[in-house]
Design a protein around this ligand. Sequence first.
Ligand code: ASP
Ligand code: MG
Length: 439
Amino acid sequence: MIVIKFGGSSVADRQQIEKVANIIKSRADQPQMVISSAHKGVTSQLIEAATQAAQGHLDIPLALARQQQICQSLGCPDACLKTLYEELTALLRGISLVRELSARTLDYVASFGERMSVRVIAWYLRQQRLNALPFDAWELGLITDSNFGAARPIEGYQQAIAKQRTTFENVIPIVTGFIAKDQQGNITTLGRNGSDLSATLFAEALVADSCEIWSDTDGVMSADPGLVANARNIPQMSFREASELARFGSRILHPASLEPVTRAAIPLRVMNTNAPEHPGTLIRQTTSDHRDHITSIAYKEHQTIVTINSSAMLQHSGFLAEIFTILGRYQIVVDMISTSEVSLSFSTESSAQLNLALRELKAFGDCEVVNNKTIIAIVAPQPNDFIRYNVDVLAILQAQQIDTEMLSLGYRSINLMLLIDDVHISQAVQSLHNAFFTH
Ligand code: ASP
Ligand code: MG
C-alpha cells in the first residue's frame, strides 16, 4: 500500500487537480490512500473570515468564494458541498453574534478547507472513472488530544486506524489532511501545513510500503530556490538529515511529519506535481550515495535571541536546569543554544510568553534581547563532513560583510547553525551555497 499526499498547491485549481488524477492513475497497480490538503489559499481565507466574524464583520460570500470558483471550474454540482456550506455559514454567523473565537472554534472553522476539498476531488476522480470516496480523517480512526491548533494523536492511534482498514477496501480513499477529532468529538487541527503529518501517521498505522508527499518543487532542494537560482535537487537523504532541514524551515515537510515514518522505517518520497517524471527526493533510514558536498542549507528568520550574562554561572551546578525549567513552564521553544562559562544565549520566537519568562530570568543575571535574526542551518550527510569539506563559513560570510553573531554545532551533529541578521539572508545563503557546491 502507498500513501500519497497532495499539498494545497497540488490541488489549487482544475489544472492541478487534473495532474493529481493522472498521478493517482499512474499508481493504480497497488492499493493507495490519498491524503489531501485544502485548495491553496482556502485555509487562510477561512481563518481570516473567522477572525473578521469575531469582530462583527460577516462576509459569507467572500468566505465561500474560492471554493465555489474551483467547484464551478470542475463542473462539480452545488449539491456536493451544500451541507458543508450551510454548516460553515451558520458557524460564521454564530461567531459574529457572540464575537468570540476560541482555539476550538477556530479549528472547527479551519477544518472546512479539507472537508470540502476531499469531497470535490473525490467527485472529480469519479468522473475520471476512478473508484474514489471522500473520508474525514476521524472516520478512519485519527483521534487526537484536545490541544487545538497543534493536536497530536492519542496513544493507540496506530491500532485505531488499522482497524478501519476494511472501511476503504476496494476504493481509493481521499482523506482529509490536517484535521482530526478529539475523544469528545470536537474537531482539532494538527497545525498549519499539518497534512504532511496526517499522511505519515496513516502510513505508519497502515504499515505502508511507501509514502509520497507531492508539492511544487523537484523534491528537497540544496537551498531555497527562491533565493538561489542554481539550487539543485537532492536525490536521497536520511531521515536524520530531513528532520534537521524540516525543523529549520526548508518549507517542504512539516517538522513533525518525519517521526512516524522514521519509527516505522517507511521510505518517504518528496515529488513535484508539476513534473511527475522527476524522481524527487527519497528519504529513508540510510542513504547509499556518498555525496562530496553538504546536503542543504535551510534558514529560519525572525528569531529572537536572549542572552543571560551572569558570573553566578561559573562553577555553579543546576544553573541551566533552573533556567530551562522556567522556559519549560512558559512553553518556550528553543532552537539554538550556545553557552560559555558566564553566559548563555538561546534563540526562540518573540511572544507574550517570552516576556513573562524574561521577568523571571532577570533574577539570574543581565538579560539582553535582540530581534530580527536568522538561523542558517547547514546540514551535512555525516558528522565531521564540515571539517572534511574545508569550507571556512566565517570567512565566506565576512567577505560579504556579514557578521556571524552566534555559532552552534553539537557533538557529532550533522547540523551547523549560524546566526546572522535577517537583512542578510539572501546574500548569506547564496554565498554559502556557492562555496559548498563549487568547492
Ligand atoms: N490546509 C492546511 C494549511 O493550509 C494544512 C496543509 O495544507 O497541510 O495549513
Ligand atoms: Mg505543505
